[in-house]
Design a protein around this ligand. Structure first.
Ligand SMILES: *Cc1c(COP(=O)(O)O)cnc(C)c1O
Length: 421
């Protein structure tokens, strides 16, 4: 390959690993320049819900390009943003009355944190401490990193990250420890608690039960600590329901959505807020407005794509597709059998398992070895350290699912051979 000036994310270019060039995609498949068909087993990093190049989303994008490409959103508006906000508020819990647009999951989290701090500042209460769950991931900007787990990913930036109160992850049998820690922190007077509901994604596909989520929400409510649900990954059906919060009967004060918002076609994010949070910013005083924007806020083409996603959810049997995929995933996970496999778990369309490795952690060599193995098998699977997870687009067929699980089984066999070398 000729020299490329591209600097890729989360990529150690010094290792010289191959970087396939993808030319097109359709459904659950990606096609490379060298003629390979790759099964997208992680929905192109958790974004693609209905499949690549969904015809209705592509048509909506094409139609919008004939009308309006971009317009400043401060003091101006357009129909795709208005219609999308109406659609979202109609579809999501009624308490979430206000929709603020941004461009990525990380920015939706920054917006959520700023809304929470603005709420307290405008009400004249000195609350600014943010509470987080251990092993969380909320994005890669400075604020989002601050509320996420600390580690090799952000060691170089640690001096700039703000202090947070970390609540222990509610591991099975230790839920009360989590609730007690949250209670103590809330009692001390925090501004907000940010959580990934039911499933911590980048932290290793760690699952906790709806009762714990409901109990955490109740503790926050009792102490007026704002509850921020980061459903950037869990939203749009991934966990079996439109929102993961639904399974716990929880309605947050602030909700972040991004990845599947446009079906995964084009960047867009929203942060929804309850009326009191909006009201705290709304007055005759310009100093209390919400001071946040980015150039492409509510880009009309992205909003049109998201509107098409909402129409798909409204008109097509998406919930049945998700239930069906969840069942097919469960059957294949159960059938996987190898002594190196432990920690099998599933939530909705997502399955995960851990492969035994004495050398654990994100920089374990197991992850890169697996990545290479799966790439050679024409699979896009990207383990988190020694955790392998499968999170496909909802349209994936049985043959492609079988190929994924066969490769995971073979990878375990390959590692066993390597270990006895
Ligand atoms: C991916 C992710 C983010 C960050 O989203 P980006 O679009 O990558 O900035 C935030 N929160 C969660 C839970 C995520 O999984």
């Amino acid at each position: 390959m000729t020299h490329s000036p591209v600097w890729h994310p989360f990529t150690q270019h010094g290792l010289g690993e191959p970087i396939p060039l993808v030319t097109h995609g359709e459904g659950a498949a990606l096609y490379t320049q060298d003629g390979r068909r790759i099964v997208d087993a992680i929905s192109s990093w958790w974004v693609t819900t209905h499949g690549h190049r969904n015809p209705r989303i592509m048509a909506a994008i094409a139609a919008q390009t004939q009308k309006l490409d971009q317009i400043i959103f401060a003091g101006w508006t357009h129909e795709p943003a208005e219609a999308l906000a109406r659609g979202l508020t109609a579809m999501l819990p009624p308490a979430l009355t206000r929709v603020f647009y941004s461009d990525s999951g990380s920015t939706s989290v920054e917006v959520a944190l700023k809304m929470a701090l603005g709420f307290w500042a405008n009400r004249g209460e000195a609350r600014h401490r943010i509470l987080v769950l251990e092993h969380s991931y909320h994005g890669d900007t400075i604020g989002a990193m601050s509320v996420g787990a600390r580690g090799v990913f952000n060691r170089a930036y640690a001096p700039l990250l703000f202090d947070v109160g970390t609540i222990p992850f509610p591991a099975t049998g230790h839920e009360q420890t989590t609730l007690d820690a949250l209670e103590a922190e809330c009692r001390a007077g925090a501004a907000a608690f940010i959580v990934e509901p039911l499933l911590l994604g980048a932290g290793g596909m760690l699952i906790y039960p709806p009762e714990t989520l409901a109990a955490m929400r109740a503790i926050c409510a009792a102490h007026d600590v704002l509850f921020i649900a980061d459903e950037v990954m869990t939203g749009w059906g991934r966990t079996g329901t439109l929102l993961a919060c639904e399974q716990a009967g929880v309605v947050p004060d602030i909700l972040c959505l991004s990845k599947g918002l446009t079906g995964g076609a084009i960047p867009l994010a929203v942060t929804l807020a309850t009326e009191p949070i909006y009201a705290a910013h709304c007055s005759q005083d310009r100093a209390t407005m919400f001071f946040h924007s980015s150039s492409y806020t509510a880009n009309p083409i992205a909003c049109a794509a998201a509107l098409a996603n909402l129409e798909i959810w409204r008109d097509e049997p998406v919930a049945e597709r998700i239930a069906d995929l969840s069942r097919r995933q469960a059957a294949r996970l159960a059938a996987l059998d190898h002594p190196a496999i432990g920690g099998k778990r599933q939530l909705g369309t997502i399955t995960a398992l851990d492969i035994a490795d004495p050398d654990t952690g994100y920089l374990s060599t197991l992850g890169p070895r697996l990545l290479g193995f799966f790439r050679e098998r024409d699979l896009l699977l990207r383990p988190l350290g020694n955790t392998v997870y499968v999170m496909p687009p909802y349209c994936i067929d049985d043959a492609d699912l079988d190929a994924i699980y066969a490769a995971i089984g073979d990878a375990c066999a390959m590692l066993a051979v390597r270990q006895t070398d």
